[in-house]
Design a protein around this ligand. Structure first.
Ligand code: AMP
Length: 175
């Protein structure tokens, strides 16, 4: 099959009621395990940003890391990781955001995005947008300019992209 014909959706597995009843989990492990599929996903995610002058790709824990690393290499950018509270070893800055029940915090090392750097944020999936919106704030608080956010999967019905406050949102697969 040629790259342009390749159907990435066929490699996303729906797992009903995981991790809790009512959630249909989008499992990307079949895509990661398929050499052609994985390469095409990275190519398609990175393509719109090849000439965008991206200096840092920010990956969100944990499935965002699998995509952000190769995208950073493809764009000639550095890789920055955003993790849940308490996981990073050095000095961090954090942003807390609301969940359906309770709240969560994402953190980034204070020296990982420099003032004025052009940033692309990457995660595997955008649902409500809360996690990525908090990551946008983290990057902006550090002085970064968030050029765009990119996702393998977008759950359109949750309208998460409206929360991001970022003009360019690039998602490969819509549900
Ligand atoms: P949200 O903050 O609601 O946009 O949730 C996004 C984060 O939760 C991402 O890091 C996803 O990996 C994960 N996530 C949320 N919903 C799903 C789902 N249906 N399938 C897989 N991952 C999900």
């Amino acid at each position: 099959m040629t790259d342009s014909e390749f159907d990435l959706k066929s490699l996303i597995r729906d797992v009903p009621d995981f991790p809790k009843p009512g959630i249909v989990f989008k499992d990307l492990t079949p895509l990661l395990a398929d050499a052609q599929g994985f390469r095409i996903a990275i190519d398609r995610l990175a393509a719109p940003f090849v000439d965008a002058g991206i200096q840092k790709v920010v990956g969100i824990e944990s499935r965002g890391f699998f995509l952000a690393g190769p995208i950073a290499l493809a764009l000639g950018a550095g890789l920055v990781i955003v993790r849940k509270a308490g996981k990073l070893p050095w000095k961090t800055q954090g942003v807390t955001y609301d969940l359906e029940y309770g709240s969560d915090t994402v953190e980034m090392h204070t020296d990982s995005v420099a003032d004025g750097e052009r940033v692309l944020i990457v995660d595997d999936l955008i649902a409500t947008g809360g996690t990525c919106a908090a990551t946008v704030r983290l990057a902006q608080d550090a002085g970064g300019g968030v050029v765009a956010c990119a996702f393998l999967v977008e759950l359109d019905f949750l309208e998460g992209r409206a929360k991001l406050g970022v003009e360019r949102v690039h998602s490969l697969l819509h549900y």
